[in-house]
Design a protein around this ligand. Structure first.
Ligand SMILES: [Zn+2]
Length: 355
């Protein structure tokens, strides 16, 4: 069997499944360990090791996979890896792996793309998006600048589809990090938006990752802390927004402040008081008027009351809230030039609530 004739040489059902696996990006870590000897890991319900040996003409000499499939010489995992090898090393028809690597060393992909006309580039991208579902999804996300609602919907579905793919079949805990691929991508989009100073897109996209991860954390173990890391990273994007908005953009600053307060008062942020406090703290960095300060204090007071009423384990929130109030009043006095001495936190909330 030759790589070039894969479609004609493999059982149709196995071929179809293999193509699915390949298109879904299940082939990981394809490496050419020795010349023309390849190894890859293929995901799916479990992780399998696949080895493939070919000759320079693309003829398949040997294959192996450690999955339990035993109805024929070739399983869907091997098909997926063969497709990846063909795509990576033999894409230009007759070109051998050796020839491909020697021609690639002359010009980088970026350099070769730079030489193409715009029309050819467009055609190429359209072609890719037809061939690969993942490419299509990501292109759509990158391109949807006009319709925000649609963009955010696609962000959510990207996060959820990679979670569902891995969690549906009682996947073992170590697949949690794989389930987070979609969230990682969306987080990158949020960071890119921040880089372009697209404030509201960065904020909303960051918030989507935040909420999806809070939800995921409640239904999944997080032994490696991967979900926690993503929550923190999404918050980090949101925190960095402040330094990207010029002081003169008062309307925008106020809008972001309001949005952050909304998040700080988010209902049912179960077990997320730590995050709630982070939103209060971030929002406080926007305060530059008496009105904003009053609003911030009102929401903080209200949340504190709710939390104290709901749970006997509220001292953490109350302490941290007292510190935030103290920090804000210190800054206010600094601004007003009323002195530089900081008072210690009063812990008024704690004594008020019977401690
Ligand atoms: Zn297999």
């Amino acid at each position: 069997m030759k790589l070039q004739q894969l479609e004609q040489s493999v059982n149709a059902v196995i071929l179809e499944r293999g193509i699915d696996y390949w298109e879904e990006g299940y082939v990981n870590l394809l490496t050419e360990e020795e010349p023309l000897c390849f190894h890859a890991e293929v995901e799916g319900s479990e992780l399998y090791d696949v080895d493939v040996r070919i000759d320079a003409s693309g003829k398949v000499l040997a294959t192996s996979c450690d999955c339990p499939y035993d109805y024929g010489p070739i399983c869907k995992h091997i098909v997926a890896v063969l497709l990846e090898i063909r795509n990576e090393y033999f894409h230009k028809g007759e070109m051998t792996a050796a020839a491909a690597s020697s021609s690639a060393s002359k010009l980088t992909i970026a350099e070769q793309l730079a030489l193409m006309s715009k029309e050819d580039l467009v055609e190429l991208l359209v072609e890719f998006s037809k061939e690969h579902r993942e490419v299509r999804k990501e292109l759509l996300l990158k391109l949807s600048t006009t319709n925000d609602a649609q963009f955010y919907e696609q962000c959510r579905s990207m996060i959820r589809s990679s979670i569902n793919r891995y969690m549906n079949n009682d996947a073992p805990y170590w697949q949690v990090s794989a389930a987070l691929k979609g969230a990682q991508k969306v987080l990158t989009l949020a960071e890119e938006a921040l880089g372009r100073q697209e404030i509201s897109r960065a904020l909303e996209t960051g918030l989507i990752v935040f909420h999806e991860m809070i939800g995921f954390q409640q239904e999944s173990d997080d032994p490696e802390g991967d979900i926690h890391v993503l929550i923190e990273e999404s918050l980090h994007v949101i925190i960095r927004i402040e330094e990207q908005i010029p002081e003169t953009e008062e309307l925008l600053r106020t809008a972001v402040f309001q949005r952050l307060l909304e998040e700080a008062a988010y209902p049912d942020l179960e077990g997320g008081e730590e995050w709630r406090l982070a939103f209060f703290e971030t929002a406080s960095s926007y305060i530059d008027s008496h009105e904003m300060r009053k609003q911030w204090n009102d929401v903080l007071d209200r949340m504190e009351e709710e939390i104290v009423a709901r749970s006997p384990y509220h001292s953490y929130f109350v302490e941290r809230a007292a510190m935030l109030r103290h920090k804000d009043s210190t800054r206010r006095r600094g601004e007003a030039g009323e002195g530089i001495y900081a008072e210690p936190p009063s812990f008024a909330g704690i004594s008020r609530n019977g401690y």
